[in-house]
Design a protein around this ligand. Structure first.
Ligand SMILES: NC(=O)c1ccc[n+]([C@@H]2O[C@H](COP(=O)([O-])OP(=O)(O)OC[C@H]3O[C@@H](n4cnc5c(N)ncnc54)[C@H](O)[C@@H]3O)[C@@H](O)[C@H]2O)c1
Length: 239
């Protein structure tokens, strides 16, 4: 049975890599992202098996409307992936709206997208959700980015709770990438040798690629029928 996979944050990086794999299987991808230009480029590349819509996952009304728009398209799987790093935390003068924005996109957004997906979805033998966590959810994140780490820790707990709530109809798993070479890293990899320095702390001695995460997402979506509530690190051995 063919699948229709809703992917958030699908205009770039890991989300786009997942969309490429979905389309390469002959399945269909629905791409949501805040970047119109990114979505235009992605759909131009992916062709007729991909459709897109500008959706800010932290905008409750926009997600509700976008959810209604997919109620008759037979969506079967979700990759909850849109995420932001946020800004560096200044503990002496906490920017509360900035922290709230990280939580709104990375946690509450995931929950609302899951909710509208569940309302719109049709049954599929491998029905499942993959949430994009991070090893930052375990180690606290890069120095200064504790809010991001906290948001990803929340995704880990959310994944276990959702897996329990939605079984046996829908499996819910998470991936916890390490340092993956996508645009989100540009905020922290500011020095010319940042990537080489980061690689020194990774047992596999290099950053991961978006497609290496997408490969694991594809497995969790389609080939892991007895796997739910799991969090799999894709981190080259880094903790
Ligand atoms: N790259 C890494 O090292 C790494 C490591 C661990 C986890 N992750 C997670 O993987 C996911 C994808 O990140 P990436 O590395 O591909 O980064 P990326 O910046 O390349 O892609 C993120 C995408 O999300 C979109 N986005 C941002 N805010 C949004 C919003 N409010 N609504 C909808 N779309 C939004 C962006 O426009 C972008 O296209 C994120 O959840 C990130 O936290 C990444």
């Amino acid at each position: 049975m063919s699948a229709v996979v809703l992917i958030t944050g699908a205009a770039s990086g890991i989300g786009l890599a997942v969309a490429r794999r979905v389309v390469a299987r002959g399945d269909r991808a629905i791409l949501w992202d805040v970047s119109q230009s990114g979505l235009d480029a992605a759909t131009a590349e992916l062709g007729a098996h991909a459709t897109s819509r500008v959706v800010d996952v932290a905008d409750a009304e926009a997600v509700t409307r976008a959810g209604e728009a997919i109620e008759n398209v037979g969506v079967t799987h979700l990759v909850n992936n849109a995420g932001i790093l946020g800004q560096k935390t200044n503990w002496d003068a906490l920017d509360v709206p900035a922290v709230a924005r990280v939580m709104a996109v990375n946690v509450v957004g995931f929950m609302q997208v899951a909710s509208v997906f569940l309302k719109a979805r049709v049954a599929h033998p491998s029905a499942g959700i993959v949430n994009m966590a991070s090893i930052a959810g375990e180690n606290g994140g890069a120095p200064g980015f504790a809010a991001y780490g906290a948001s990803k820790g929340a995704i880990m707990a959310l994944t276990r709770g959702m897996a329990r709530d939605l079984a046996p109809e829908v499996r819910v798993n998470a991936l916890a990438p390490g340092i993956i070479d996508t645009p989100i890293q540009d905020a922290v990899m500011t020095a010319p040798d940042s990537r080489e320095k980061a690689a020194e702390g990774i047992p596999m001695a290099r950053l991961g690629t978006a497609d290496e995460v997408a490969q694991a997402a594809e497995w969790l979506l389609f080939d892991a029928p007895y796997t739910t509530g799991e969090i799999i690190r894709i981190a080259g051995g880094r903790r």
